[in-house]
Design a protein around this ligand. Structure first.
Ligand code: ZN
Length: 446
């Protein structure tokens, strides 16, 4: 998906390393940064960007179709498990066309928010009766096409999901998620090929949904392919209690025994992890993906983000079920939740929040050459306006504490302009979202 040929940009301020620098010129060729010149004037032909230019943002944890639940149902009370029933009704209504339509619109919404790469934890693999489609990866291919059209890179975290709980078979809509065993999951995922804007990763949905003896097969597949590996970990207390009762182990300890932890792996949520689990995650350099807007929307709890960072875990962020699609807000919430938990400000510096939203996220989803402004890196540029009602007057070095998706003006992905002046190249993204959500909800109501 590289933007062909050469181009150049001039940034009044740009995030270089750990802080903004002034008057940066960025030369791009074949989708890569080829020169960075700070403290210089623009030359004729440069595209002059506004505000502060950040590297591309990464949304390291997404389930695109969950977007259709935004603003529906949360007022009626309940908890994670009541929300999950509504989500399952949607999952039952998906087919490859509907999956493509909602994902294309959601990925375009992400591009508008400055996202250049997304990790999609994808588990609705099969037809409603649980049998594979004629093309067993029809759903995955719908997601691949959706991301390409929306102009963002996609890591398909193809998700192994085999059980309805410890010792329980899949039931109802869950049959769509299952491949039978991890070996057959691996055979299907092996059919998927990477390209310049798409890579295949793996996920263990959770230790609730993948039996203990199946986890090593998923880990071996990911390690063999050099692919990123993710899992939901300790989002809900009930899940941890179930695993503890069955195995005498916390989910993190079970994953450690299965070989899951390590620098190519990411644990998502980590809300209820025990202190010893924090040490295991940190010592193994496993990344933690926090999804604070989801974790508060679903009443999950506050993750120990500062302790995980202190233990050695790189922290990144995801918008998960998309109650908001705003990676800047997600990164800011990492610090804000830490303030609520500790009674202190500044546990995460603004620079650390930018890293969480950029380089750490791209590394987690398998694009280590993205998320920093550097010669040789992928040419992802996100211009954030500093003259809006939200941002005007703020120190550019503290932009991560104030800016929102609404302040994103221009987004360049692999050297191609995807968003210009706050408008996506696909046009009316709210219209795309509205039609995709209405279509899915109509299917649910039928
Ligand atoms: Zn999730």
């Amino acid at each position: 998906m590289s933007g062909a040929g050469a181009s150049s940009y001039w940034c009044p301020q740009a995030w270089l390393g750990a802080a903004p620098v002034a008057r940066l010129r960025v030369a791009v060729a074949d989708g890569r940064v080829v020169a960075l010149t700070p403290g210089t004037d623009p030359v004729p032909g440069d595209v002059v960007l506004p505000g502060v230019v950040l590297p591309g943002l990464a949304n390291a944890h997404s389930h695109a179709f969950h977007r259709a639940l935004r603003g529906r149902g949360g007022a009626g009370g309940g908890d994670f498990w009541t929300w999950r029933r509504a989500m399952y009704a949607l999952a039952a209504a998906l087919d490859p066309d509907a999956c493509h339509a909602i994902a294309r619109a959601v990925y375009a919404e992400m591009a508008l928010a400055g996202v250049t790469g997304v990790g999609e934890m994808h588990y609705v693999h099969h037809a409603p009766d649980g049998r594979p489609y004629a093309d067993p990866n029809a759903m995955a291919d719908a997601l691949r096409a959706a991301a390409r059209e929306a102009g963002v890179r996609l890591t398909l975290l193809d998700t192994c999901y085999l059980a309805g709980g410890v010792g329980r078979d899949l039931e109802g809509v869950q049959r769509r998620f299952g491949d039978g065993d991890a070996g057959r999951w691996a055979e299907r995922v092996d059919l998927l090929r990477d390209d310049d804007g798409f890579r295949v990763g793996a996920a263990v949905h959770s230790v609730r949904a993948v039996p203990r003896d199946q986890v090593p097969t998923v880990v071996a597949w990911a390690r063999g392919r050099g692919a990123p590996l993710h899992a939901h970990v300790s989002e809900q207390r009930a899940e941890d209690e179930e695993v503890l009762a069955a195995h005498g182990l916390t989910p993190t300890r079970l994953l450690e025994d299965a070989g899951f932890l390590g620098p190519a792996s990411t644990v998502v949520h980590a809300v209820h992890v025990m202190p010893a689990d924090v040490e295991r995650i940190g010592a193994s350099r496993t990344t933690t993906c926090l999804c604070p807007t989801t974790e508060r929307d679903l009443a999950d709890g506050l993750a120990p983000g500062g302790a995980l960072r202190d233990a050695g875990s790189p922290v990144c962020v995801g918008t998960d079920q998309h109650v908001e699609v705003d990676v800047l807000a997600e990164a800011r919430a990492v610090e804000m939740h830490e303030r609520l938990a500790t009674g202190r400000r500044g546990s995460f510096t603004p620079g650390e929040l930018v890293t969480a939203a950029t380089a750490a996220g791209h590394a987690s989803i398998g694009w280590p050459d993205a998320g920093t402004l550097a010669v040789g890196a992928r040419a992802d540029l996100v211009a954030v306006r500093t003259d809006t009602v939200r941002t005007v007057g703020a120190d550019p070095a503290q932009l991560a504490l104030v800016a929102t998706a609404a302040d994103v003006d221009t987004v360049v992905v692999d050297g191609a302009v995807v968003v210009r002046g706050g408008a996506h190249r696909l046009g009316d993204v709210a219209g795309l979202l509205g039609r995709a959500v209405a279509d899915l909800q109509a299917r649910v109501d039928r």
